[in-house]
Write a protein that binds this ligand. Structure first.
Ligand code: GLP
Length: 261
């Protein structure tokens, strides 16, 4: 796994957006897997700016969701579908036909999970999957002890994740759903390139365990160690507990530019 230490969140957004631009130049209809939460927002802002400045034509890009709450009413502003439409699809000027996600209000949730997992494969697979990380090391909504081979399925959120996400629901934990649909860890690992962005000191412990700890279901993000092309982009605060930080800095500084991320 490659670790890229950047000065701040904005620089993280730049470096990842640049990788997305390079991908879209190579493959104009690339399928970009996007994450929600606060962390990826600088990526979407940087990508929108680059596309607006003509760096690449994103008109054929396709976007897919990582996860979704179960049971929020259609059109709820904090459903991940609404968030991705607002933060990614609309700013890039894409239409809804280029966007796919799991149906969190389906009558048959298990069937909706299987259908979404299959739809990703039938779409040719995810070319670049962007991830954030939970304070407990979760990716998507794969909470600790998720199977490392898991597929898209329903999960129950931990109390900590519901506390962390209450800020999107007027600070009221009672409004945060207990259940979610998430791409499984096995599903995520099928993306051709996985890029995890973590910023802020609150993520430092999870990042250290992800990168330098053992592969363990207790830290779901550590499964990225098994991926042949995983990139972890961290700001200085999130890198604070990495023992090999100097090595990671030297490696990236010496990296030939043509390689990209
Ligand atoms: C939620 C999302 C994750 C995200 C995490 C961290 O749990 N399902 O995909 O990584 O929040 O969010 P933030 O970036 O706001 O810390």
């Amino acid at each position: 796994m490659e670790v890229v230490i950047v000065p701040d969140a904005q620089a993280g957004g730049e470096v990842i957006a640049e990788a997305m631009v390079a991908l879209l130049r190579r493959k104009p209809d690339a399928l970009l897997g996007v994450a929600t939460g606060s962390t990826p927002l600088p990526v979407y802002q940087a990508l929108t700016a680059k596309v607006g400045a003509g760096a690449v034509d994103a008109g054929r890009a396709r976007i897919c969701q990582l996860d979704e709450y179960v049971g929020l009413p259609a059109g709820h502003p904090e459903s991940y579908r609404s968030v991705v439409l607002r933060e990614v699809v609309e700013p890039l000027g894409l239409d809804q036909a280029s966007f796919m996600g799991p149906n969190g209000s389906a009558d048959d949730i298990p069937a909706a999970c299987v259908a979404y997992d299959r739809a990703l494969t039938e779409a040719g697979g995810v070319d670049l999957q962007l991830l954030g990380i939970g304070t407990d090391g979760h990716i998507g909504f794969n909470e600790p002890c998720s199977s490392l081979a898991s597929r898209t399925r329903i999960k129950t959120l931990t109390e900590q994740t519901r506390i962390d996400n209450a800020r999107f629901f007027d600070g009221d934990i009672d409004q945060v759903p207990h259940h979610v649909i998430t791409q499984g860890i096995g599903t995520i690992l099928e993306a051709r390139h996985v890029v995890l962005l973590a910023t802020g000191e609150g993520k430092a412990e999870a990042v250290a365990q992800t990168v330098e700890g053992p592969v363990s279901a207790l830290v779901p993000a550590s499964a990225l160690q098994l991926h042949p092309h995983a990139t972890v982009v961290v700001d200085e605060a999130a890198a604070a507990k990495l023992k090999l930080a100097d090595y990671f800095r030297a490696t990236f500084a010496a990296k030939p530019e043509w390689q990209g991320l």
